[in-house]
Write a protein that binds this ligand. Structure first.
Ligand code: FES
Length: 117
């Protein structure tokens, strides 16, 4: 199940916006978040690595944060395309276009995101 991290754009630093605390997203899960009005899927992989992509499958308008995290991929729950969390590229159809990937930084207990575009 997804958490709903809070964002506080007023605290943005170097383009990074605080999104949530480290403990808000369990390893191997994804959470939907609003970063300065952009809805993203914040992912913590099973090894504790953080990733962030747009929370909209490029095949249809469904939330990727509701999908399954598997290694460094996020699988769309509706038709099963897997998006590489490092590049945003889908591994196969039906999705053919990548999702935007955003930079994540962990500072102490805070998880911050810098939108790519
Ligand atoms: S809606 Fe995501 S693969 Fe079809």
């Amino acid at each position: 199940m997804s958490a709903q991290p809070d964002t506080t754009s007023a605290d943005a630093q170097d383009g990074f916006t605080p999104v949530c605390a480290v403990g808000d997203v369990a390893p191997g899960t994804a959470a939907r978040a609003d970063v300065d009005g952009r809805i993203v899927a914040l992912v913590r992989d099973a090894d504790g690595g953080w990733h962030c992509v747009d929370d909209r499958c490029t095949h249809a308008d469904v939330s990727l944060a509701e999908g399954e995290v598997d290694g460094c991929t996020l699988e769309c729950w509706l038709h099963g395309s897997r998006f590489d969390l490092r590049t945003g590229e889908p591994s196969g159809p039906p999705a053919t276009r990548p999702v935007a990937v955003h930079e994540v930084r962990v500072d102490g207990d805070d998880v911050l995101v810098r939108l790519s575009r």
